[in-house]
Write a protein that binds this ligand. Sequence first.
Ligand code: NAD
Length: 487
Amino acid sequence: MAGTAVEKKILKNFINGKWIEANSSRYEEVMNPATGEVIAKVPLSNREDLDQAVDAAQQAFCTWKKTPVPRRARILFRYQQLLVDHWEELARLVTIENGKSYEEAYGEVQRGIECVEFAAGAPTLMMGQQLPDIATGIESGMYRYPLGVVGGITPFNFPMMVPCWMFPLAIACGNTFILKPSERTPILANRLAELITEAGLPDGVLNIVHGAHDVVNGLLEHEGVKAISFVGSQPVAEYVYKTAASNGKRVQALSGAKNHTIVMPDADLDSAVANIISAAFGSAGERCMACSVVVAVGDIADELVERLVKAADDIKIGNGLDEGVFLGPVIRESNKERTLKYIEIGENEGALLLRDGRKDAATSAEGYFVGPTIFDQVKPGMKIWADEIFAPVLSIVRAKDLEEAIEIANRSEFANGACLFTNSAKAIRQFREEIDAGMLGINLGVPAPMAFFPFSGYKKSFYGDLHANGRDGVEFYTRKKMVTARY
Ligand code: NAD
């Protein structure tokens, strides 16, 4: 593979434009989840490592904030081209460290590139507002400025896209950035740093400190860090939000999900089945926008269930780099064990196990595979309905009408996405008005917004006020000065 990120094996931190060995002597193994093979070792950096990065980022901020916005944007244009040039290499890297299929990884790289494209619009995005006459002879204007050093903490499931939700826009707005990638998928982050350096980013503007809790806590507590962008599981998101806020930081914490897909009796079943299979089992169900619950309405249920099981039987399981593979492994052995436990829990709760992924040959092979699993007759309140399993396990709940289906979905403590399959405009309107979720899909499976719109989950799926991406992202990474003037 071109580049150095994988060959390095023992990963280094990226501080002030240099690859630096961590002060900490603690390392964690990074595995290819499809094979269990150790592909790298990631340092579990300590506070000393973080302090070095904060110092570098604070120094770099002094000049970066004054670098003309179009000049900052030009670096992002070059970065965008480099990412396009290295698209296949980046996608392979995502598959190797995360396990998702190459096709999914290729799509993820596209999503990351789109964030850079959005951020390259910084000159327009950073504009303020003026009113020439708020009173006789007096004018007023709003000017937008960066915050300072921003910390980003990211999950394992989108090693390319989620960091790209954060640092390109943050630095385009004039901030400097410290990224703490997931210790389970840390390799791609280093490649992102190498490429942005090649694009001409000055030293210290983007820094990477690898590690786990210690680095996260350091970022949350450090006085020199002004804002935190977090994406990860619900308990950690809540902890990050509360701790960062109590330390006076601006914070956005995107969290877990349990997304419901409602299928109406008039739905196009071919499309519904194909989309649900892709949304439930794509990326091994390890997506915050995965479809984890289907609510089958009325008399469509039996046929829908039968067709979902049949389609799941046809899924090719294996190493995501192999041709035609759709379902890769979950990220670690412990995630596999947890998933198998949830299958047992579902059985014990009385749900009907229609397709048992434990019986797929891949589940007993090397790597952390679990075959597609489908439960029917799931009831709201069961653990398999309520908890984010984050694995290829789909629950089917039955409802008599749309009203009941929406009521079931709204009982979830999460509110990231929800989808509806129907041909009825009236049903679509009712769904849009009454469903309690932030990202809605009509006749599609994964309604993830593009980079110029906010990623707008709520309830326990999001902690904070301003979401990632779009205008919200610009607001989050900037503060305003109001100038009122008489001449
Ligand atoms: P995770 O919470 O385990 O880890 C996320 C980050 O937090 C990692 O960098 C990790 O090192 C750090 N971390 C973990 N435990 C910590 C602790 N106790 N104290 C301090 N830091 C800690 O999440 P994950 O398993 O890597 O990612 C999957 C989760 O992310 C799922 O819940 C998924 O829904 C969520 N997610 C949400 C979105 C969204 O947009 N809402 C997007 C992607 C992923």
